[in-house]
Design a protein around this ligand. Sequence first.
Ligand code: G4P
Length: 530
Amino acid sequence: MFNSNHEQELIKRRTFAIISHPDAGKTTITEKMLLFGKAIRISGTIKGRGNTKYAKSDWMNIEKERGISVTTSVMQFTYKNILMNLLDTPGHQDFSEDTYRILTAVDFCLVVIDAAKGIEERTKKLIDVTRIHHTPIITFINKLDRDSREPIEILDQIEKELKFNCIPINWPISCGKNFKGVYHIYDKIIYFYKNKLFKKKFLNLKNFFNFSDGSLDKYIGKDLAIHIGQELELITNVYSEFNKENFLKSIITPVFFGSALSNFGIDYLLDSLIEWAPSPLYRQSNKRKVHPQEKKFTGFIFKIQANMDLKHRDRIAFMRIVSGQYTKGMKLKHVRVKKNITVSDAFIFLAGDRISINKAYPGDVIGLHNHGTIKIGDTFTEGEEIQFVGIPSFAPEIFRLIYLKNPLKQKQLKKGLVQLSEEGTVQIFRPILNNNLILGAIGILQFDVVIERLRLEYNIDAIYKKVNIVLARWIKSENNHSIYKFKKKYSTYLAYDTSNSLIYLAPSTANLNIVMTQNSDIIFNKIREQ
Ligand code: G4P
């Protein structure tokens, strides 16, 4: 194990991502966090965002439009001496398998829910991914300054659909035009929302009996005081007390209400976040658990991004450090290819520039130059032959048949597609029964990216045809004979991916359900380890 300086570096780090459905407020919260973290200079709304926000990653827009010091994929800021690593989860059209995989590289997530809409589809899918590592979740219910659904209704929905026990930490006092603020249940403080009348930002209720005894009437009105008093009585009976252990086990989620746009509620959300959320956690390898306190360096690649800087035209591999310490010039073993490399140019992004770094610690994410040798899921160590697990491929959700305008370039097409699939842009499937190439992705924009990059980087003109596939599941069985029989019977629907794993490409959900019921000796997996 390591010295106390290393321990200090661990204690002061938090690595997380924000999960939300588009438009729930992820970008707004990110901005406010940066403001509190003093990572950005100007406050206020991003101008002109409405037209351009879908063009690039949300963060790239923040960077471009405000000239601020954020990274494009990982952002570092300090809040009350805690170093926060916030990993971008591409959200709008650039939603992709990357978004899923980034969640495997963080230690906890903040879920943002629009109070008027409740839980939306994208949030459910992303929460499913956090279950792979039982990632702790903090929930922020946003936009209380607008008309919202009943808070209890939203908590019910979280419990039913996301399968967490909710622990409300604060409670909204009405919403929309009547939004008066929130009551912090544990600190017994009312935080007022734009309370011009009393010029009070908050009111400590330790000396008050309760909401219904009349003492709060002058602040929030008699009817509302009675109503909130009743709600609080109900929720203290229904919901248990916050328990950090259960939060870290991802059994409960603490829930905050607020309004990101008005910067209301983000500060005490951050306060709780640094108090409760874990410092860098261990990661599981194929041989053992690797702890951040260990002296020897280890890390894994969770994302590869091409052409981040058009001037460089290269690929960047993003590595999450698991243990030890990165120091400039250190020798690392690239375990899969069994090669040692000297890493002297690991970097982070700052204000759009690449800044070479001298030191980095567990929980940090560093960029490595990649000349085609590094793949997603690769492990780097100081010599130990281990492979981190839990950085999987996810079953694609949309599919296309790709073919060439000039059929003579089939070989280049395959090469280009294999490289793009190694970056995690798309997955490629070769059906058992024919020579077609089927592409699968999580986000639709990925298909456009592939066509564009094939044209620019490989000089290939390709086009798509629709294909009748709606779901994919990797096939496994303890019994080789079962696989043999299954392959024979369902060959029309089966294909191989680039790692030669067998995958079932279902034309409908009903078809998949029937096949799964009829073949109980076969395991149908939504994820596949690299
Ligand atoms: P996203 O990254 O999750 O997609 O959401 P984003 O922060 O971009 O927010 C989506 C829209 O919701 C934005 O409005 C934003 O201003 C608004 N918003 C975010 N938080 C709140 C809140 O607490 N209250 C209210 N009333 N609105 C909120 P827009 O009109 O789409 O963009 P813009 O023109 O305001 O930038």
